[in-house]
Design a protein. Structure first.
Length: 425
């Protein structure tokens, strides 16, 4: 059987298709031949042209909720080009909203490393496979038993091409699944559960070494929701990384809870090779923090940021606009918090109520011009602009280009960044 895995880009930042790469070892074990195609890179016409060759038996996609409409369009294009191909869809959106009809033949719920290969082996009897829509629920996977993702189907060098500093090769990794917290804007607990599962420390070190040796990676982007939440495990992993360096640095850019990190942990992160981390600061509004199920201790945050500066870690703040019942004064206070803290960078996101979130109230739509104004007000400040340029190794003559890239990042989703002759998603 020939399986075509289709990567569907979501949002504004290019990301390695790690979820699809994690499926490859199990699919190969069934005897299947596996190929990857990034529809965000080649467009729908090229995808349909590949399918019309007639040698693909099954197409698999992973869909996030922000990309659900694009997923429907891609699946419709697949159906038009290859009516007899079996289409399997999985990922966060089908898992959290299985009733949302995307047009696929098979819906894989939850973790696909076991159930997707089982679908391939089952052929037409896929309804009996645990974890598949209509079948019994599958138990959480033991992460110690999973092989490393196969990063040959989607080549590592093809991704993160715009990452700074220049000349480095990055890729995404995970070392755990689950989150014990219940932040009301986040779907991670609904997706993975509140019982956290960790990959063995030796497996983490082995994967990072292999990324260095096999793919020339020198920086990994840790995508965990819970990397620092279990302090004992965090310190054990950081100690192992410090004593037996795998040859890569790492960044925690998925948004760390501020109460999970403190100056001693920052020191351990730096010794283990961490170069940047992002803090989920969210909002300066006390009512907004309550709406999110969060609490912000400003003195603790300030001490953590100071420790990052002492140890040479870049630190980014993530902020959310459009909280339920948010006022203009709340947004102004959040912007002032971002500018008063000694952050290297700040990001301002629009709150969305995706499946799995438990918001106490509806998000407020924020005028995109207000979000753009927040970015402009933050980054056009000479001191902050210089700090960012130094951290990302941007030379003075490159600043206009960086400004253009920031504007594109804010205003043009990845799926729209392709040549005019390609059909948009």
């Amino acid at each position: 059987m020939r399986v075509l895995l289709v990567h569907l880009p979501v949002g504004f930042e290019e990301a390695y298709p790690l979820a699809l790469a994690a499926l490859v070892p199990g699919l190969v074990a069934t005897g299947a031949s596996v190929e990857g195609l990034d529809v965000g890179r080649v467009g729908l016409r090229a995808l349909q042209g590949r399918l019309r060759r007639g040698d693909v038996d099954l197409v698999g996609l992973s869909v996030w909720s922000p990309g659900a409409d694009a997923g429907r369009r891609v699946i419709a294009a697949i159906r038009a080009a290859a009516p007899r191909v079996t289409i399997v869809v999985g990922g966060p959106h089908p898992t959290l909203a299985p009733e949302d009809e995307l047009g696929a033949d098979v819906v894989v719920l939850g973790e696909g490393e076991a159930s997707f290969p089982a679908v391939v082996r089952a052929g037409g009897a896929w309804r009996a496979v645990p974890g598949v829509y209509g079948g019994p629920g599958a138990a959480p996977l033991d992460l110690a038993t999973l092989p490393h993702p196969d990063r040959t189907v989607f080549a590592v060098p093809a991704y993160h091409r715009e990452h700074r500093p220049p000349g480095r090769r990055y890729t995404a990794v995970v070392t755990s699944r689950g989150c014990r917290h219940a932040c009301r804007y986040c779907s991670a607990p609904a997706l993975w559960g509140r019982h956290v599962r960790f990959r063995p420390i030796e497996a983490v070190l082995d994967e990072w070494r292999r990324l260095r040796v096999d793919h020339g990676v020198d920086g990994v982007l840790v995508e965990d929701d819970h990397f620092l939440e279990d302090r004992a495990r965090s310190l054990a992993l950081l100690d192992a990384l410090a004593r037996r360096p795998p040859g890569v640095t790492f960044e925690l850019l998925n948004g760390v809870r501020p109460d999970a990190v403190d100056p001693p942990l920052v020191a351990a992160l730096a010794a283990a090779g961490c170069t940047r981390l992002a803090l989920g600061l969210e909002t300066a509004s006390a009512s907004g923090q309550r709406a999110l199920g969060r609490r912000l201790e400003l003195a603790h945050v300030t001490a953590t940021i100071a420790a990052c500066r002492t140890h040479g870690l870049g630190v980014t703040g993530y902020f959310v606009l459009g909280l339920p019942e948010e006022t203009a004064a709340d947004r102004l206070a959040t912007f002032r918090l971002a500018t008063d803290l000694k952050l290297d960078m700040a990001h301002f996101s629009q709150l969305s109520a995706w499946p799995g979130a438990q918001l106490s109230g509806a998000p407020i739509a924020v005028d995109p011009r207000l979000r753009a104004a927040a970015y402009a007000g933050y980054y056009l400040h000479p001191g902050r602009a210089l700090r960012v340029a130094r951290k990302l190794e941007v030379r003075p003559h490159e600043l206009p280009e960086m400004g253009h890239r920031l504007w594109s990042w804010m205003t043009r989703p990845l799926e729209s960044r392709r040549s005019a002759e390609d059909v948009p998603l």
